[in-house]
Design a protein around this ligand. Structure first.
Ligand SMILES: Cc1cc2nc3c(=O)[nH]c(=O)nc-3n(C[C@H](O)[C@H](O)[C@H](O)COP(=O)(O)OP(=O)(O)OC[C@H]3O[C@@H](n4cnc5c(N)ncnc54)[C@H](O)[C@@H]3O)c2cc1C
Ligand code: SF4
Length: 326
């Protein structure tokens, strides 16, 4: 048994002060990730600061037609909000295809972005794992790596980023807003998540004690014509083997604009910028979509059990793009 104390913050300042007071503290939102990690001995906070009373659950319009989603907005509430469903169907769909109804009712958007990889070697608490214990090695490199990443990997870690909604947010250039004792800042989602490189223990750009307060999704008319496709081993309660957020703007059969982001294949939510560049100005057909994915996946590094992800991601992208091409 490890002692674990608990307090409940009533304001953002209160939450920051409570965490700053004890460096071994962690924020607690829905608890659907944090409690699992504590039980597994992977997270070892000695104090939990419950942030559920903070006024951060709103979803508000931004002047440019975008949305600000509060960090404590629940996944199910965001998914069902009419403005999200109409303006960003890919975000709504990515949320609804994640976890289970019960989990989505508890789980917050801020907590979702901070969830940790599902790599079994991280979670078993015993295998060599550079993310859990830097310098010990990576059991997944030569182990069972069917679910692991093929893009953005390093010799130190090949763990797949697990969030679905982060993939859709990546497609629409979302920006994460935070506060800490040093002040407020805004971090582009693409820079929020870090590649493993030689420091896989660092997964995101947050400093200790920094609180996510909201996520801005800029206005993007193209997002109204978007979708999210997810392939997984079973139809509910399961993380992606591969997933795709896609939005398309086609004029006279030619791609005028496109947004494409991939899940299940990257060590972070993967914005497929090379595929996007290959698609602009070309035909909106399955052949062009497949060729663009070949460009994006040219640098994929596959391992013993996950080579299938190249073809599966290609098929998922073609399916998603065809859905929004018509
Ligand atoms: C069985 C199961 C299946 C799942 N399937 C999926 C899936 O298919 N797709 C998917 O995307 N997700 C899936 N999830 C993950 C789920 O979406 C996350 O557990 C959830 O979103 C975390 O939110 P939470 O509010 O419960 O976070 P918590 O568990 O409370 O916190 C998670 C982490 O975030 C930190 N944190 C929380 N809020 C903030 C904040 N505002 N600022 C800074 N740090 C913060 C906490 O300190 C903690 O480290 C699944 C989870 C489970 C248990
Ligand atoms: S892939 Fe990453 S998380 Fe998994 S064992 Fe290797 S270092 Fe650890």
């Amino acid at each position: 048994m490890r002692p674990l104390s608990y307090s409940r913050a009533s304001t953002v300042d209160d939450a920051l002060a409570l965490v700053a007071h004890d460096p071994g503290s962690a924020f607690l939102a829905g608890g659907t990730t944090e409690v699992d990690l504590i039980r597994a001995g992977i997270a070892t906070p000695d104090h939990l600061v419950d942030i559920n009373d903070l006024p951060l659950a709103h979803i508000d319009d931004l002047p440019d037609g975008g949305l600000r989603i509060g960090a404590l907005a629940r996944m199910s509430d965001v998914a069902r909000t009419p403005a999200v469903r109409e303006r960003y169907p890919a975000i709504s769909r990515a949320l609804l295809l994640g976890a289970s109804e019960q989990l989505r009712n508890m789980a917050s958007m801020g907590g979702n972005l901070r969830q940790r990889t599902r790599c079994a070697y991280l979670r078993d608490g015993a295998s060599p794992c550079n993310k859990r214990e830097p310098g010990t090695g990576c059991a997944a490199l030569d182990g069972f790596n069917r679910g692991h990443a093929i893009l953005g990997t390093s010799e130190h870690c090949i763990a797949m980023h697990p969030s679905d909604v982060a993939v859709a947010l990546a497609a629409f250039d979302a920006v994460i807003h935070t506060v800490s004792p040093d002040g407020e800042r805004a971090v582009a989602l693409d820079e929020f998540f870090l590649l493993p490189g030689t420091t896989p223990e660092r997964e995101h750009a947050l400093e200790d004690g920094e609180l996510i307060v909201g996520i801005d999704v800029p206005g993007a008319p193209i997002a109204r014509n978007s979708t999210y496709v997810k392939f997984r081993d079973r139809q509910s309660y399961e993380f992606a083997l591969v997933s795709v957020a896609a939005a398309l703007d086609v004029h006279d059969g030619v791609v005028a604009d496109v947004r494409l982001a991939l899940g299940g294949v990257g060590t972070k939510p993967w914005r497929a910028r090379r595929a996007e560049a290959a698609l602009i100005g070309g035909p909106a057909d399955a052949r062009a979509f497949r060729l663009a994915m070949a460009v994006e996946l040219a640098e994929a590094v596959v391992r013993r059990h996950n080579a299938f992800k190249v073809e599966l991601a290609t098929r998922a992208a073609v399916r998603a793009l065809m859905q929004v091409a018509t």
